[in-house]
Design a protein. Structure first.
Length: 280
């Protein structure tokens, strides 16, 4: 019996040894993934970014910003996910009609939200985006050429001009994509929603489509800044469109609350609950 017990202990490593082995494997995987990002992915994606911006600027200048402002960026965004080896799962894409204009509203987890939405939403749209993004070399110029809307918060007149641009986009039969939180989360949790997008939907009597983004915070959280990516699956969920039932302040409130609740319920449990974002 003593000999049998000794053999059993020899065949089954101590739990601490298993933990150390698992830790070493994870460290090796992380090391090689980061090495891949620097040596292979980054050069490829830098060239793709420059080409995408140039094609968008030139194509939009020649004519057809509706086409050139969307399709090159869609391909670029998909490459940003595929080259980084990030799996993407899309849900609910059959719920939206390709011939209808919508106001899409999504939670804002991190930088990869842009690539996830642009690459996999499957709808031509215009962004309502931070004005500071226009300062990015080439990319900012490409955004202007594509006709995206920069949000200027410098004063009441500037804000009103932003909303007027949004109205014009939606009246022309093009959908609008908005992050109602106004900035990326610091925690993975959602902050509060601002009314602007929902007021536009109410004013023009257009449906609102809540969109849940999951995984982007795990790939590259805001507080990490410019850094290595962490491998994590990405998920984009398009929910049932919220149709207008009336108009006025109560309808705006209904749109906003229903969108918030719908987006929230599809987030992982660890990101459930509202956490106020300090720079909202």
């Amino acid at each position: 019996m003593i000999q049998a017990t000794s053999n059993k202990n020899t065949q089954n490593p101590h739990p601490d040894e298993k933990g150390k082995t698992t830790c070493w494997i994870r460290c090796l995987i992380t090391f090689f993934y980061r090495l891949y990002q620097v040596v292979i992915a980054a050069p490829i994606l830098l060239v793709c970014t420059i080409l995408c911006a140039l094609v968008t600027i030139i194509g939009s200048a020649i004519g057809g910003a509706h086409f050139w402002g969307y399709y090159p960026a869609m391909i670029w965004s998909r490459l940003m996910c595929w080259v980084m080896l990030l799996p993407v799962h899309v849900e609910g894409d059959k719920l939206v009609d390709k011939k209808t204009s919508y106001v899409f509203v999504a939670n804002h987890q991190g930088p990869y939200d842009i690539f996830l939405i642009y690459g996999f939403l499957g709808r031509n749209f215009k962004w309502m985006m931070k004005k500071s993004l226009l300062d990015i070399p080439l990319v900012g110029r490409a955004c202007q050429s594509a006709g995206h809307i920069s949000v200027d918060k410098s004063g009441p007149k500037a804000i009103q001009h932003t909303y007027e641009q949004g109205r014009q986009v939606l009246r022309n039969g093009i959908s609008l994509m908005v992050f109602p939180e106004g900035s990326r989360t610091f925690t993975g949790h959602m902050g509060f929603f601002r009314r602007g997008a929902f007021q536009l939907a109410d004013e023009l009597q257009l449906p609102v489509v809540p969109v849940t983004i999951d995984g982007s915070f795990d790939v590259l959280p805001r507080q990490r800044g410019f850094n290595f990516l962490t491998w994590h699956p990405l998920r984009l969920v398009m929910h049932e469109p919220l149709l207008p039932e009336s108009d006025g302040p109560e309808e705006v409130k209904r749109f906003m609350q229903a969108s918030y609740d719908t987006i929230m319920k599809d987030l992982p449990e660890k990101y459930q609950g509202m956490v106020e974002n300090p720079d909202q």
